[in-house]
Design a protein around this ligand. Structure first.
Ligand SMILES: Cc1cc2nc3c(=O)[nH]c(=O)nc-3n(C[C@H](O)[C@H](O)[C@H](O)COP(=O)(O)O)c2cc1C
Length: 169
């Protein structure tokens, strides 16, 4: 393996993307339905993280360039669903903003009214605590109101521009 050390300020963004694409992430859908517009919005994040047990806090990073985040930021409650290995096609559908992505067969409503993806490995409903700018992203800190284990156990993993499962088949 070649370790490349680069001087600060000289790192090529394309190289950063290539290297970071090797780091596997979970695939989590953040969804909401702002009361004012009534229009459902959802985005995929690979940056979802569990932070604190008491109080129960989670977080994720959103790009300043995201067009979906400003809509989600208006929702009172966010639904956060971590996808299972059989949900890569749904994830692509969401990413491409296909017209039927909000078809009811993919979604259920949580106790607090947030949209949750049916059959995810883990699902929770959250309220945004605060949003902090970090570089070209913002860190969203959210308080968990309720959570449940989903019907699938094998998570969807994103690495090297592709999807796979975690468990051997
Ligand atoms: C596997 C995967 C992980 C992603 N993780 C993030 C993330 O953590 N934060 C983020 O802002 N966008 C992330 N994105 C990109 C967004 O889901 C979305 O495609 C992007 O914000 C462009 O859409 P928009 O401009 O309509 O919001 C990810 C996309 C994929 C496919």
């Amino acid at each position: 393996m070649t370790i490349v050390t680069e001087r600060p300020g000289t790192i090529d963004p394309a190289h950063v993307r290539d290297v970071m694409s090797m780091v596997p992430t979970s695939v989590t859908v953040v969804a909401g339905q702002p009361e004012l517009t009534g229009e459902r919005a959802a985005m995929i994040v690979g940056s979802f993280v569990f932070i604190s047990l008491d109080p129960c806090l989670v977080g994720f990073f959103v790009s300043h360039e995201s067009s979906i985040w400003p809509q989600l930021n208006k929702a009172t409650v966010l639904g956060i669903s971590t996808l299972g290995s059989g949900q890569a096609a749904f994830c692509r559908k969401l990413g491409k903003k296909e017209a039927d992505r909000f078809d009811e067969r993919y979604w259920s409503q949580g106790t607090y009214g947030a949209p949750l993806v049916t059959g995810a490995v883990a699902a929770m409903e959250c309220q945004i605590e605060n949003v902090t700018p970090v570089g070209d992203h913002a860190f969203v800190l959210a308080r968990v109101l309720g959570l449940s284990i989903g019907s699938l156990t094998d998570p969807l993993v994103f690495q090297n521009h592709g999807f796979s499962g975690l468990l051997p088949h």
